[in-house]
Ligand binder design. Structure first.
Ligand code: SF4
Length: 393
């Protein structure tokens, strides 16, 4: 399997998104943020290719204006105001970037560097070879002889230093760079993310041990992908996913009126009726609860254990909650071979424990995982289409 950082992230975000992109090879329509981000990357690549004869700020901005993504290139801005605001934002970013970075003090070693690393290889297994791929935006040689990996970001959020120290993308790039240039020592490698909207570059380092741990994490994830059945995982990130029109979670949201019918059943009407009834049910449940509390207070005040109406009665019953001395119980039941029959693994608790066990044992435990049963459940969310639209936009 050939896998990149973005594919791994796709899988972590949503297995179906990974499948649509990597297995079904369906091209994901790019969001406006992604188009804008790629364009800024293109401009900066052009700029740094001129090293050491950097263009003037005016030349940089002219290039930016001249090649702005247009309809003729397959991209259409839906709203002219939105286009204007992105365009202006790009100008601001480049202007501020130029002022902070020129004159340029480092030497450019490479731009958009591609790498491929064999991350796992099992000759006994067909398709047992896994290759990690990636593209590093920029690699600089710093005046003190050390090397810096720089990845540009056009997102609206900057991570904390703590998050950066654990950032998988930078660890992966360090693995990629070390495979291309094995002589570079890890302590001489600076890993940076440049947040263009804030004109801030933040950096971190890694140790050889951390890179080994990262490799283990990637292999673990690859094995998860191999076993996956690629169920969709809906989250806030769906708002940025280009597959919403074909994804079974969101497809119906975009379908037209006619497709709401199946065998003369208008499904939209049934869904709306369901929510009306659900509301009525909740109101009734609330009323029942209030009645119960009132009856309870009455019993308590009158010292009664049972009260009667014409159609039924209420009784107060005391139940004991029993707990056991686990080690003693185990001692008794184990020789009878009955212990195994009563213990049950609690998946939630195991997940918590897994975080505390060493990586090699965690891997071994993970290998024992198997899906016993697949069950479907239909859940509901009482939210209007208008509100969902606002969340997605
Ligand atoms: S829209 Fe959401 S659930 Fe559907 S494929 Fe994309 S990320 Fe997955």
């Amino acid at each position: 399997m050939r896998i990149s950082y973005s594919s791994l992230e796709n899988f972590k975000q949503c297995p179906l998104k990974y499948k649509l992109s990597n297995i079904d090879k369906i091209k994901e329509p790019k969001s406006k943020e992604a188009i804008f981000g790629s364009y800024i990357h293109k401009i900066l690549k052009w700029f740094y290719q001129k090293d050491p004869h950097f263009p003037t700020l005016d030349a940089l901005l002219k290039y930016y204006r001249d090649y702005w993504p247009k309809k003729s290139e397959g991209f259409e801005w839906k709203d002219p105001e939105e286009e204007k605001s992105y365009f202006k934002e790009g100008l601001r970013i480049l202007e501020e970037f130029y002022k902070k970075n020129i004159p340029h003090k480092t030497s450019i070693l490479d731009l958009e560097t591609r790498f491929e690393v064999v991350i796992d290889e099992n000759p006994d297994k067909p398709n047992g070879k896994h290759i990690l791929t990636g593209v590093i935006d920029r690699i600089d040689k710093l005046p003190d002889g050390t090397v810096e990996i720089i990845d540009y970001k056009t997102g609206k959020r900057m991570p904390s230093q703590r998050a950066l120290d654990k950032n998988d993308q930078l660890s992966l790039y360090a693995i990629g760079l070390k495979s291309r240039w094995p002589r570079i020592k890890i302590e001489d490698l600076k890993l940076s993310l440049y947040f263009l909207k804030f004109n801030e570059k933040i950096n971190t380092k890694r140790t050889e041990k951390e890179l080994e741990e990262e490799k283990d994490k990637i292999i673990e994830l690859i094995h998860k992908i191999e076993k996956s059945n690629f169920e969709p995982h809906s989250s806030a990130l769906c708002g940025w996913c280009g597959y919403r029109n074909i994804c079974p979670i969101w497809r119906h949201f975009y379908e037209n009126e006619e497709s709401n019918h199946l065998n003369d059943v208008d499904i939209k009407e049934k869904i709306d009726k369901y929510f009306v009834l659900k509301k009525e049910k909740e109101k009734l449940e609330q009323e029942l609860l209030e009645l119960k509390n009132l009856i309870d207070v009455y019993c308590h005040k009158k010292g009664l254990k049972r009260v009667f109406g014409e159609n039924g009665y209420f009784s107060h019953t005391v139940y004991n909650e029993i707990s056991y001395d686990i080690p003693k119980l185990k001692e008794i039941l184990e020789p009878l071979e009955k212990w195994e029959e009563i213990i049950e693994i609690n998946a939630k608790k195991l997940k918590k424990v897994l975080k505390e066990v060493p990586a090699d044992l965690r891997k071994k435990i993970k290998e024992t995982e198997k899906i016993e049963e697949r069950f479907k459940c239909l859940s509901t969310n009482h939210i209007s289409k208008k509100e969902i639209k606002e969340q997605l936009d």
